[in-house]
Design a protein around this ligand. Structure first.
Ligand code: SAM
Ligand code: DTB
Ligand code: SF4
Length: 329
């Protein structure tokens, strides 16, 4: 077992991010290879099952009703449409199907419908993940009972920078939802967004929040802000891509047994930058030409990139029903 720690200090994490790049990548690679096959990546496909008119004010998001964006509003998609998309994702080789809804939180009636989708995805032999906003403990329990594998709920940024991005829900609300998810035995998917104008210390502080949770999230999405016209964060100065790679490497070192996902923002990344992210320990991607509303590389471009790098798709984990083994003792 790797040395899994839950007590990293902010200074220690900042010191990691400050390392000479080659030293940082060497450390990340060593940790990665001790835990994973370095030539395999996990692939998830996303679908927005309910798009737009969200009451929250997340400054990056195309789907907030408070921003004037070009997103087409849609009601909750019918079950057959969702399962057709899942079937298509499976045919492309995706092993996990992730469904996202632009809700502050689901109602219990919403959950009935989403549960039918989760059951349908399972029947296709795929892992399921949903991201529906805040959950109560009882709602998390219902989702677990329905056979859901993962729940995505991001911390998004540091507690210190958070207030500049979102005002309609608190950081503590997010930690509470993560606790409900963890307590019922669902696997957690939680990460954040870089390139929102935060400082390096904020990036270190976000990583510290993730690593100091009672259990590391099994899946850690690191998103690069996709700048959406009409959102408050549109026009933010672009993040240095080398800094992005540094954060991936630090996430890998801090959460050795977790899948680190190179998430939103790949569309505008060169193949070489993505290769550096994989070298830094990213071992998961969103695959398929659309994220929720924003575009993602065409499957063909990704297949070509992965082939050039000799990276292969990971199979569904054998112990699918078991929560990950990286809990605090
Ligand atoms: N509405 C639910 C919620 O926010 O809890 C679930 C869906 S929400 C779109 C899921 C995550 O996607 C957000 O927490 C954020 O980290 C990420 N995201 C949304 N818009 C993004 C953007 N423009 N660029 C990068 N990441 C984004
Ligand atoms: C995550 O961390 N990134 C995904 C998923 N979890 C739900 C969402 C990215 C959204 C990118 C912007 C869009 O498609 O609107
Ligand atoms: Fe709503 Fe989620 Fe977008 Fe925030 S990130 S505005 S909660 S859809």
């Amino acid at each position: 077992m790797p040395d899994i720690r839950y007590d990293w200090t902010l200074d220690e994490i900042e010191a990691l991010l400050d390392l000479p790049f080659n030293d940082l990548l060497f450390r990340a690679q060593s940790v990665h290879r001790a835990q994973f096959d370095p030539n395999r990546i996990q692939v998830s496909t996303l679908l927005s099952i309910k798009t737009g008119t969200c009451p929250e004010d997340c400054g990056y998001c195309a789907q907030s009703a408070r921003h004037d964006t070009q997103v087409e509003r849609e009601r909750l998609l019918p079950l057959d449409e969702v399962l057709n998309a899942a079937r298509a994702a499976r045919a492309e080789g995706a092993t996990r199907f992730c469904m996202g809804a632009a809700w502050r939180n689901p109602t219990n009636a919403n959950l009935d419908q989403v549960i039918a989708m989760i059951e349908g995805v399972h029947a296709l032999g795929m892992e399921s993940c949903v991201t529906l906003g805040m959950l109560t403990a009882a709602q998390a329990r219902r989702l677990k009972g329905a056979g859901l594998d993962y729940y995505n709920h991001n911390l998004d940024t540091s507690p210190e920078f958070y207030g500049q991005v979102i005002s309609t829900r608190t950081y503590q609300d997010r930690l509470d939802t993560l606790e409900h998810v963890r307590e019922v035995g669902l696997k957690t998917c939680s990460g954040g967004i870089l390139g929102m104008g935060e400082s390096r210390r904020d990036r270190a502080s976000m990583l510290r929040q993730l690593t100091n949770l009672p259990a590391h999230p099994e899946s850690v999405p690191i998103n690069l802000l996709v700048q959406i016209e009409g959102t408050p964060l549109f026009g933010t100065a672009a993040l240095d891509p080398i800094e992005f790679v540094r954060v991936i490497a630090a996430a890998r070192i801090l959460m050795p047994a977790s899948h680190v996902r190179l998430s939103a923002g790949r569309q505008d990344m060169s193949d070489e930058l993505q290769a550096l992210c994989f070298l830094a320990g990213a071992n998961s991607i969103f695959y398929g030409e659309r994220l929720l509303t924003a575009s993602n590389p065409e499957a063909e471009r990704d297949r070509a990139l992965l082939a050039r790098l000799g990276l292969r798709f990971e199979e569904v984990e054998a112990e699918r029903a078991e929560p990950g083994g990286c809990h605090r003792h």
